[in-house]
Ligand binder design. Structure first.
Ligand SMILES: NC(=O)c1ccc[n+]([C@@H]2O[C@H](COP(=O)([O-])OP(=O)(O)OC[C@H]3O[C@@H](n4cnc5c(N)ncnc54)[C@H](OP(=O)(O)O)[C@@H]3O)[C@@H](O)[C@H]2O)c1
Length: 400
C-alpha cells in the first residue's frame, strides 16, 4: 500500500469528499472529522467531512489529508468452460478465467446451477455464430449475487436470481450479468429447478401462450416430447385442455411423455408419424405443430396440420430444414413461424411476466420439472455428448 498526500482543494465541513479510485482516507487536519464513509459499494471512495468544533460553522478550510493508495483489488478469477475452436464436445475446455467486477447496471453472480440447452450445441458447432472466439457457452443459470455495480439499486448481494438468454456465458463458476436480465427466484423454488426451467420453461410459455395460443379442445403435436422443452410442452398443453400428441424415439421416452400428459405417443423412428396423426385425429389434422427437430420432421409436420393450422418451427436438433416454396403452405392456408424466445421477452415486463407464469405453474403443480441428469460443470463435454446422442430426457443441469 503506498501513501500519498491528497491535493485537497478548499473544502468546508459537511461537504462530501470524493477520493480517487482504490484510495481511502487515513487522516485529516484538526477540527475536521470523517463522519461516515458513503456508498460502500462505490469504487471511488466518498466521505462526508464534518467539523469537530461548533464554532467553525460553515467557514471554509484548507485541509490536508493523507490517503493510502491501495493496489487495485486482485482480479476475480474463477473456472469456466471455454470454446477456442468450433467442433465436437471435446472443444469444451475447463479453464481459469477472469471474472472481473460489475460495472454500472451489472451484477456478479456465483452460479449454483446451470441449465444445458440444445442451443449450446449449436453455438459450439457453429450452427449459430458466437460473437467472439474464444467464448464461454451457456444461456441459463441460477445463482447468488456476489457484487453489484456502482449506483445499482434493486439488487443486493445475497439475492438468489436466475436468467435465460443473452448474454451467453453461464458455463462459469461466476459471471457478470446485466441486472435487468435476471429475475428474482421465489423462495419456494430450488436453485437447481430454477436453472433447469428458465430457458425451457419460458420457451414453453411463449410457444403455448403467445406464439400460438392453445385453447381447450384443440389438438397439438409436440416433437421430441420427452426432451427438456418437450416435457414441459406436454404438461402445460395438457393443463390448457388440449389433446396432446407426442413423438419420441424410444419406449422409455414414450412412458415419460405419457406421464407428462401426452394423450398419444408416437415412436417416430419406427412408425410413420404422419399416418399415425391422421389416424388419431380421424383425418382432421392438428391445430398446431411444435417442431424442434427440424430437418427430419419438418415436411411431415406440415402434412399433419389441419386447414389453417399453424406450423411452429422452433429448433433444428436433427439439422436445418430444407427451404420450402410458398406453395407448400398455400395448399392448406397454413401459418408458418420460426420464433425465438429473445423476440418474445424483449421488455423487462415481458421477461417478468413469462418467468412469473413459469414459477407459478411450478408452485401450483401444473409443471413438474424433470431434472433427470446432473453433471459437474467441468464435465460439460460428457453432458453435451449425451444430449446430442439423444441419451437424455427432461432437463440437464451442470453444477459448478
Ligand atoms: N426457438 C427458441 O427460442 C428455442 C428455445 C429453446 C429451445 N429451442 C429448441 O428446442 C429444442 C429442444 O431443446 P432442449 O434443450 O429441450 O433439447 P432436448 O429436446 O432435450 O433434446 C433434443 C431432443 O431432440 C430429439 N432429436 C431428434 N432428432 C435428433 C437428432 N438428430 N439429434 C439429436 N436430437 C434429436 C431427441 O429426442 P428423441 O430421442 O425423442 O427424438 C433429443 O432428445 C432444440 O431444438 C432447441 O434448439 C428453441
Amino acid at each position: 500500500m503506498g501513501f500519498l498526500k491528497l491535493k485537497l482543494d478548499i473544502i468546508q465541513p459537511n461537504q462530501n469528499l470524493l477520493l480517487p479510485n482504490h484510495s481511502h482516507l487515513v487522516s485529516l487536519s484538526s477540527h475536521l472529522n470523517q463522519s461516515s464513509k458513503l456508498f460502500p459499494n462505490y469504487p471511488t471512495n466518498c466521505y462526508k467531512i464534518t467539523s469537530t468544533s461548533s464554532t467553525l460553522g460553515t467557514q471554509k478550510f484548507a485541509v490536508r489529508a493523507v490517503i493510502a493508495t491501495q493496489p487495485p483489488s486482485p482480479v476475480e478469477m474463477g473456472k469456466a468452460i471455454r470454446v477456442h475452436e468450433l467442433g465436437g464436445p471435446e472443444v469444451l475446455k475447463w479453464e481459469d478465467v477472469e471474472i472481473g467486477e460489475p460495472k454500472e447496471g451489472e451484477i456478479r453472480v456465483k452460479n449454483k446451477a446451470i441449465g444445458l440447452n440444445f442451443i449450446d450445441v449449436y453455438f459450439r458447432k457453429g450452427v449459430y455464430k458466437a460473437a467472439t472466439l474464444p467464448f464461454t457457452p451457456g444461456m441459463e443459470a441460477c445463482g447468488v449475487v456476489t457484487a453489484v455495480g456502482p449506483g445499482l439499486t434493486g439488487r443486493q448481494v445475497g439475492d438468489l436470481v436466475a436468467y435465460a438468454g443473452v448474454p451467453m456465458g453461464s458455463y462459469s463458476e461466476e459471471q457478470i450479468l446485466p441486472a435487468d436480465k435476471v429475475v428474482p427466484v421465489p423462495e419456494s423454488i430450488d436453485p437447481v429447478i430454477a436453472a433447469s426451467v428458465m430457458l425451457k420453461g419460458m420457451t414453453a410459455q411463449f410457444l403455448l401462450r403467445r406464439c400460438f395460443k392453445v385453447e381447450p379442445g384443440q389438438t397439438i403435436l409436440v416433437h421430441a416430447a420427452a426432451g427438456g422443452v418437450g416435457s414441459l410442452l406436454c404438461q402445460w398443453g395438457n393443463a390448457l385442455g388440449a389433446t396432446v400428441i407426442g413423438t419420441v424415439s424410444t419406449k422409455e421416452k414414450a412412458a415419460q411423455a405419457k406421464e407428462d400428459g401426452a394423450h398419444h405417443v408416437i415412436l417416430y423412428k419406427e412408425e410413420d408419424f404422419v399416418a399415425r396423426v391422421n389416424e388419431i385425429t380421424s383425418g382432421n389434422g392438428v391445430h398446431v405443430v411444435y417442431d424442434s427437430v427440424g430437418k427430419d420432421t419438418f415436411e411431415g409436420s406440415l402434412a399433419c396440420l389441419k386447414l389453417r393450422g399453424c406450423m411452429v418451427s422452433f429448433g433444428q436438433s436433427s439439422g436445418t430444414p430444407d427451404p420450402l416454396p410458398l406453395s407448400a403452405i398455400a395448399a392448406k392456408s397454413l401459418f408458418l413461424t420460426r420464433p425465438t424466445l429473445m423476440h418474445y421477452n424483449v421488455t423487462r415486463d415481458e421477461l417478468l411476466a413469462a418467468a412469473g407464469e413459469v414459477f407459478a405453474n411450478i408452485s401450483s403443480g401444473v409443471l413438474r420439472v424433470r431434472v433427470n441428469h446432473t453433471y459437474p460443470l467441468s464435465e460439460a463435454p460428457r453432458a453435451h455428448a449425451d444430449l446430442e446422442d439423444r441419451r437424455t430426457t427432461g432437463s440437464v443441469v451442470l453444477i459448478p
